[in-house]
Design a protein around this ligand. Structure first.
Ligand code: PLP
Length: 436
C-alpha cells in the first residue's frame, strides 16, 4: 500500500510557504531536508492519528516532539482549554491556572519553585542567566549532542572528543558568546574533571539533558550522573538538568524518578513539552534560595508577556492530571511493542540497528554498536534511515524526519495504530536494506 491519496495539496502548500517563510517552515526539521520528500501539512489530529490536507491518515510517532503524551485532542484537555478560552485568552495579570500548574510541577519534581515561560528555549536561557547571576561566573559547560533550544551560548556542539572552547554552530552567534561555552563529550567523566580542574572557578553551571534525547536516546552510564553532581558541587558550579523532553514522560516526574535514573538532585531543572499539553508553556525551577535571585525579589531579570498564559496553563495542568500511573504503564507497553516490532523487522531485513531507552522514550540508531555519545551517534547510516522514513510515511506512519530523534508514542496508540505500524515495517525495513 502507498499513500491513500496523492500529496498534491501539501506539495502546493510547501511551494507557496517557501515564498513567505524561509524554507517554508517555522522550525527547520519540519522541512524534511534530512530525509527528502514533501513535508505533510497536517489539518487535524485525534488520538494517535494525523490527517493531512490531502486526506491521508498517518499514525503519529512525532507527537509534536513529545507534548502529545495522551494523544491528540484528549477530551479532558480539550474541555479544559475550551473552558479557559471562553473566559478570555490572556490578561497580563496573575491568574489561577498558573498557580495550579506550578503547584502540580512542584509536587511531582524535586524543585521548590518554578517560573513559567513560553518555550523550552526560554527556560534554558533563563536558567543559565540565573546560574550566572547567582554565582557571579560566566562560563558554562555543555555536552556535544545535547540540545537545549536555540540559546546563543548553547548553540555550540563542536566537540572533537577533547575539551574545546566551542566555535558557534550557527551563523549569528558571536564568538564572545559561544566562547564562554565549554563543550565536552557525553558520558566522559574524565573530560568533565579535566575541564573543571582547569576552569572550575569560572564555571557558572554545567547543563545537561537529564537523559539525552536530541542525539537519539543516549542514557547516562552508571556513575556519570553522580559524578556530575559531585564535580559541580566541589567547584561551586550549578548543575542544570534539562528535562524539557524527558520531564513528565520518562516517569511521573521525568528522568528524575525514572527506574534507571540515579535521580540525583540538580540545582536547577528546566521543563517544557509535556507540561504545556501542546500549547506554548515551559518552566525552570530549583531550590528556593536560588530562585530568590529572580526579579522581582532578586537582581536577575526575567519576564514574559504571555508567561503563564491561562489557556496554555489549563492545557498543561489537564495533561499532567491525566498522566496517571495507568497512563505511564500504557506508554511503556505501547513503546515496547512498537520498538520490538521495528527491531525485529530491521533484523529480518539485515539492517544494523540498536534500540536505546529512557523509560518509555526510545530511539532506533541505524548502526550496530551501542551509542554512548554524539561521535557514536554520527556514525549512523542516515541514508538507510531516510529510505526507512520515506517508506513508513508512504505506508501511513509518520516518524520524526531525522535519524537523531526519539520516536514519541502516546497512551492513545491502540491496537489499530500498532497494526498500521507493524503492517508498514517489512517494506520499510526492506527499503532501508536496499543499496547497502
Ligand atoms: C525541545 C527541547 C528544548 C527546546 O524547547 P523549545 O520549546 O523547542 O524551545 C530544550 N531542551 C530540550 C532537552 C529539548 O528537548
Amino acid at each position: 500500500m502507498s499513500s491513500e491519496h496523492p500529496t498534491t495539496r501539501s506539495a502546493a502548500l510547501i511551494e507557496h510557504a517557501r515564498t513567505v517563510t524561509p524554507g517554508g517552515v517555522n522550525s527547520p526539521v519540519r522541512a524534511f531536508r534530512a530525509v527528502g520528500g514533501t513535508p505533510r501539512f497536517i489539518r487535524s489530529a485525534r488520538g494517535p492519528w494525523l490527517t493531512d490536507v490531502d486526506g491521508n491518515h498517518y499514525v503519529d510517532l512525532i507527537c509534536s516532539w513529545g507534548p502529545m503524551i495522551l494523544g491528540h485532542a484528549h477530551p479532558d484537555v480539550l474541555a479544559a482549554v475550551q473552558e479557559s478560552a471562553a473566559r478570555g485568552f490572556s490578561f497580563g495579570t496573575p491568574s489561577e491556572n498558573e498557580v495550579a500548574l506550578a503547584t502540580e510541577i512542584v509536587a511531582r519534581t524535586p524543585v521548590d519553585q518554578v517560573r513559567l515561560v513560553s518555550s523550552g528555549t526560554e527556560a534554558t536561557m533563563s536558567a543559565l542567566r540565573l546560574a550566572r547571576g547567582a554565582t557571579g561566573r560566566s562560563k558554562v559547560v555543555k555536552f556535544a549532542g545535547c540540545y537545549h533550544g536555540h540559546v546563543d551560548a548553547l548553540l555550540a556542539a563542536a566537540g572533537s572528543g577533547l575539551a574545546t572552547f566551542a566555535l558557534p554552530d550557527s551563523a549569528g552567534v558571536p564568538e564572545s558568546s559561544a566562547g564562554e561555552t565549554i563543550v565536552l563529550p557525553y558520558n566522559d567523566l574524565g573530560a568533565v574533571e579535566a575541564a573543571f580542574a582547569e576552569h572550575g572557578d569560572q564555571i557558572a553551571a554545567l547543563i545537561t539533558e537529564a537523559c539525552p534525547g536530541n542525539m537519539g536516546v543516549v542514557p547516562p552510564q552508571p556513575g556519570f550522573e553522580q559524578g556530575l553532581r559531585e564535580i559541580t558541587r566541589k567547584h561551586g558550579a550549578l548543575l542544570i538538568s534539562d528535562e524539557v523532553m524527558t520531564g513528565f514522560r520518562c516517569s511521573a516526574s521525568g528522568w528524575y524518578g525514572a527506574e534507571d535514573s540515579a535521580s540525583i538532585e540538580p540545582d536547577l531543572i528546566t521543563f517544557g513539552k509535556v507540561m504545556g499539553g501542546g500549547f506554548p508553556a515551559a518552566a525552570f525551577g530549583g531550590r528556593a534560595d536560588l530562585m530568590a535571585y529572580l526579579a522581582p525579589d532578586g537582581p536577575v531579570y526575567q519576564a514574559g508577556t504571555l508567561s503563564g498564559n491561562p489557556v496554555a496553563t489549563a492545557a498543561g495542568l489537564a495533561t499532567l492530571q491525566a498522566c496517571t500511573p495507568a497512563v505511564y504503564s500504557q506508554l511503556d507497553s505501547v513503546a515496547h511493542t512498537i520498538a520490538e516490532a521495528a527491531s525485529s523487522a530491521l533484523s529480518k531485513a539485515g539492517v544494523p540497528h540498536v534500540v536505546q531507552w529512557a523509560g518509555s522514550m526510545f530511539s532506533v540508531f541505524f548502526r550496530d554498536e551501542p551509542v554512548l555519545n554524539y561521535a557514536d551517534a554520527s556514525t549512523q547510516d542516515t541514508a538507510a534511515f531516510g529510505r526507512f522514513f520515506t517508506a513508513m510515511l508512504e505506508h501511513g506512519v509518520h516518524l520524526p524526519p531525522s535519524a537523531y530523534e526519539a520516536w514519541f508514542v502516546s497512551a492513545s496508540h491502540d491496537d489499530a495504530a500498532i497494526e498500521r505500524i507493524t503492517d508498514a515495517l517489512p517494506a520499510a525495513a526492506a527499503a532501508a536494506a536496499a543499496e547497502r
